[in-house]
Structure formats: structure tokens, C-alpha cells
Write a protein that binds this ligand. Structure first.
Ligand SMILES: C[C@](O)(C(=O)O)[C@H](CC(=O)O)C(=O)O
Length: 301
């Protein structure tokens, strides 16, 4: 059961007709909304996990515990729709990477990415990123791949490099090719600045599938899914879309409450607490309780 989502993601990646679109989610609510809207895959953002769980920026402050806990909750909401999760640097040396990857697998995560920044990492779209050397990076990927094999898991291993900023395109390609040789299934070149780099990475890494990261306010020009597919990317993630939407909506609502001293119902009554509970499975919980012989909901809920 736990491996089913990973097996599904693996076959999506292998299917030449599939293009994998992953809205980024950072919490239960954003995941539920994306599932409700019919997305077939999800992406757990590390940046959003840091913002949501810690109220802190994406600076490598989230521990493996924070990330696994969040990923585990999100993966549990619908095990038929594969979740790709951010695994940052893997959180340490090969032994720690192996432990982290094992925990992600047991949490039901279908794919994850590991990068070559130092453990005190930062968002890939910020300045001043520091890298580990290529051997340290490859050891992380090798440890992740060995763990997947040991657990006989179909986990899709995505190698990310942040080398473009300081070392340039060719060194990034060298790192990604070494990562593929060490067992990565998909590659992720972070922080591309031009359409030309996007086209070149797909070309030079072929036949290895490439992931595209679309961050609003980041360094990569934003293109839509159709264009990403046309260029030849296999997976597109939109890590920030839900947290940006939530932020703007929270801000508007907080301003209104602060100014008026009251909250307003929506004219059509939408967004009430019962609707939110329903989104999160209220009826399913009550039905399950009843079916199992529980009495908690016999008088309704
Ligand atoms: C993809 C990413 O790793 C994430 O945490 O979602 C971030 C996104 C972000 O910080 O906006 C990254 O690109 O580093």
C-alpha cells in the first residue's frame, strides 16, 4: 500500500505521454483543496513547510522530523495521488540521508529531491548559496538510491543541483550526470534564468527526465505548463502557489477584521467552518464510525 503511490509516480515518469503537474502544498488545507480540484499529483514544498510549521524562511531550519511529519500527513490524505516532497540536502552525511530517505518512504512519499547545497541551505532563488563538493553530493544520492533498493521501494529519486548560481551551466550538468550515474531517476536544475537554459538542460540530460521549478518572485522566468511540456520537461512544480494565495487571502481578511472589528460571511455562505470540515472528510469520518459500529454520529453531526 505504502509503495503504491511511488510505483504510480514511477510509471508516470516512464510513460512518454505523461506530463506531471504538481501544485505545491504546505499544509492539510492546501493539499485538500488541490485534491478537491482534481490534481493527480502533489508537491510538498520545503519553503512552505518552513513558513507554515516554523513561521521562518527557507534557510535549512526545518529538521528531518518537521519535513517527514508534514509529508506523512499530506501523503496520507489520498494515497492514490503521488506526492513528491522536498528533502532539502538529505539532512546530513550518507547515514543521515539514508535514515531520512527511509522515513520519507515509510511515510508514503512517492518521490523526493536531494540537493547539493550545504546543510545550512537556503531557498534556491536567494543569493549567496554555498555548495558541497561533487563527491559529497554524489554520496548523498548514492545513499538515497541504496536505501530505496534496500527497502525495495519504487521511490522516484530526483537529484537537484544549485550549482548554476556559482559554478555555471556546464558544472551543473556534470553534477547532474554524476547524480544519475549514482542512481537518480530525474534531474532538477535549480535557478535557471533563461528559456535557453531550460531548453539546453532538457536536451543535454536526455533521456533523463527533467523537473522544472516555477517560483513567483524567483529567478526563473515563469512559463505555463503547456510551454514546459513543449520544451520537454517531464515534471513541473509550482511550490509557492498555495502559500502565496493563502498569504494574500489571510492578509486581506486580517485587514478587514482589524478595521471593522468583525468577520463577514460570504454572500453565498461559502467558506464556513462546516464546509471546511467537509473538505477535510467530515462525512467520511462519520460514515466510517457508523460502519465500524461506533455511536458517535448516530444523532448527526
Ligand atoms: C522548491 C523549493 O525547494 C521548495 O521549498 O518548495 C524552493 C521554493 C522556494 O523557496 O520558493 C526552492 O526553489 O528552493
Amino acid at each position: 500500500m505504502i509503495n503504491k503511490a511511488a510505483a504510480k509516480l514511477r510509471s508516470q515518469v516512464a510513460d512518454p505521454n505523461k506530463f506531471i503537474v504538481c501544485p505545491g502544498v504546505q499544509d492539510g488545507l492546501s493539499a485538500r483543496v488541490c485534491l478537491q480540484q482534481g490534481f493527480k499529483n502533489l508537491y510538498m514544498t520545503g519553503a512552505g513547510t518552513a513558513i507554515n510549521l516554523l513561521g521562518m524562511p527557507d534557510l535549512g531550519l526545518t529538521t528531518a522530523d518537521d519535513m517527514v511529519r508534514n509529508a506523512s500527513m499530506i501523503a496520507s490524505l489520498d494515497r492514490t495521488r503521488p506526492l513528491i516532497a522536498d528533502a532539502d540536502t538529505g539532512f546530513g552525511g550518507p547515514v543521515m540521508v539514508a535514515r531520512s530517505v527511509e522515513r520519507y518512504i515509510l511515510a508514503g512519499v512517492a518521490g523526493l529531491h536531494i540537493e547539493d547545497q550545504v546543510t545550512t541551505k537556503r531557498c534556491g532563488h536567494l543569493l549567496g548559496k554555498e555548495l558541497v563538493d561533487i563527491d559529497t553530493y554524489v554520496a548523498r544520492i548514492r545513499a538515497a538510491s541504496a536505501t530505496r533498493e534496500r527497502l525495495e521501494s519504487d521511490l522516484v529519486l530526483i537529484a537537484r543541483t544549485d550549482a548554476l548560481q556559482s559554478l555555471g551551466f556546464d558544472e551543473s550538468v556534470k553534477r547532474l550526470k554524476a547524480a544519475v550515474a549514482a542512481g537518480a531517476d530525474v534531474v532538477f536544475l535549480e535557478g535557471m534564468k533563461t528559456l535557453d537554459e531550460m531548453t539546453r538542460i532538457v536536451d543535454v540530460m536526455s533521456p533523463t527526465p527533467c523537473l522544472l521549478n516555477m517560483v513567483p518572485g524567483g529567478v526563473t522566468p515563469l512559463i505555463d505548463g503547456a510551454k514546459a511540456k513543449e520544451i520537454g520537461f517531464k515534471i513541473v512544480i509550482w511550490p509557492c502557489f498555495a502559500m502565496t494565495a493563502a498569504y494574500l487571502a489571510y492578509q486581506k481578511a486580517a485587514q478587514e477584521l482589524k478595521t471593522t472589528g468583525a468577520i463577514r460571511e460570504q454572500p453565498d455562505g461559502s467558506g464556513g467552518v462546516r464546509e471546511l470540515f467537509e473538505l477535510c472528510g467530515l462525512s467520511e469520518c462519520a460514515d466510517f464510525d457508523k460502519k465500524m459500529g461506533g455511536k458517535a454520529f448516530t444523532d448527526g453531526v
